[in-house]
Design a protein around this ligand. Structure first.
Ligand SMILES: [Zn+2]
Ligand SMILES: [Zn+2]
Length: 66
């Protein structure tokens, strides 16, 4: 897993379960908005690891790579 802010190896998770390096684990990470519906996205976990998924899932299947 890589830090979503700097791309270094993530050693921690933020409160919201977003992978981050030690320096960024307390940073506020801006959540992306869904490319399909514009709602805020949240961390989801699938068989290929963590990714941003639309909070309206399963109604909306918008997703982004972390
Ligand atoms: Zn970082
Ligand atoms: Zn969506």
């Amino acid at each position: 897993m890589k830090c979503v802010l700097c791309g270094k190896t993530a050693t921690k998770l933020t409160k919201e379960g977003i992978p981050a390096c030690g320096a960024h684990s307390n940073s506020k990470i801006k959540k992306p908005s869904c490319p399909n519906c514009g709602l805020e996205m949240k961390i989801r976990e699938g068989k290929y690891g963590k990714f941003w998924g639309c909070q309206a899932f399963p109604m909306c299947d918008g997703m982004k790579k972390i």
